[in-house]
Design a binder for this molecule. Sequence first.
Ligand code: IMP
Length: 462
Amino acid sequence: MGSARWLSILWFWRCRERVSSVAAIVVVGAQWGDEAKGKIVDLLAQRADIVVRYGGGSNAGHTVTVGNLVLKLHLVPSGILNPRTLCVISGGVVLDPAVLLREVDELRSYGISTDSVRISQRAHVVLPYHKELDRLEELRRGVGKIGTTMQGVGPAYEDKARRCGIRVMDLVDSDRLRARVTAVLPDKNFLIARLYGGTTLDRDAILEEYTAYGARIRPMVADTDALLHAASTGGQRIVFEGAQGTMLDLDHGTYPYVTSSHPVAGGACLGTGVGPKALQTILGVTKSYTTRVGEGAFPTELLDETGNRIREQGHEYGTTTGRPRRIGWLDTVALRYAARVNGLDCLAATLLDVLTGLPRLRICAAYEIDGERTADLPANGGDLARVQAVYEDLPGWEELISHARRLEDLPAAARDYLERVAELAGVPIALVSVGPQREQTIVLQPEILEGGSPSAARRHAA
Ligand code: IMP
């Protein structure tokens, strides 16, 4: 064998070694958010060194249930119940310090340590004028409103893009905070009062409140980019926790009815400063049906008794706002799109138990627009409002399934349903969730618990 061949074999093994030393998994919402990512992240955190939230703000509501404890997290990463796991809030997040500190206090009141929380100094801060502008802008939009969570997230990302944002590094330095608020607030007050007819905000009151937040947050602030770089090159296990979902992505979602950040897997790199080559596995989380909160087209929406039944059965009310979620059948056109834009390796199908008792299940397999059938999501968000969902019907099941721990424990109809979802999505299912507790999970790809998956391994070896 020639030396060139030996060299290429050696190179191949070195690459393999590098890939297997990296165990970074991105947990991304494959729908319109609320896919139960919190449960999946908590499960994966059991064997992770770091969980890092890569985007969004307190608009997110991640629920983690362990025994009788039900945590509703908005900013603290869902790895917090594992004391071994570092919980990083990256620079891609917009941080409302009041919400974060409330959450920290609540966790501590349950005896849960928050010593593992690290916050990027680059994260932008949500200030009172962001929330006020979120509210006033929505009011002014009237019927054209987006249906935001009113957490000030959009206006905070706007300021980041306009290069007038205030970052965590400013928040924790009282002189810098004073200078930044003094520079920014007049423009905000002008908008609030003159454009929207609202009441202006008082600089000194903001400074007093936010200086106190800064002092409490200071010990948690770290150079998280450097920390994550060291972890990923040092072979540590990292879970990148997405917030919201693919269809709410600012660039790739159903614009303008989207959030202002990048929930897609690519957002994990933007938000954390970790390069794309460090991401090993991309796990898309999908409900076994669909929900959406806020305005915007929803081709499979159920406005009938079935929708109401799923809403009640699945407790489908917003974690952050309490709003009833809109319910629909599973949309595999949207799921295939999510597979494409995220490069999904596998899926976690959640809330399968909620479908128990429905005599007939429908899966949207394609769309029809003006009589033309298409398997793809229209690029024009407006067209989505005109599509007709094309359904496949499958029989339902009557049996309770929350006790199922293996695929064989599920009724045949539930197995057939999952099989058809995977076929239509073009992505294998790695996890099936049949209840809120960690153990109420069917693990079809055990590698996923270590941050890997067979399809990711094939991709990296290729
Ligand atoms: P914003 O993110 O509050 O600006 O809201 C923009 C849109 O995203 C609205 O339709 C919200 O309902 C939706 N949204 C934001 N965060 C979430 C979430 O965590 N789950 C579901 N929908 C969300």
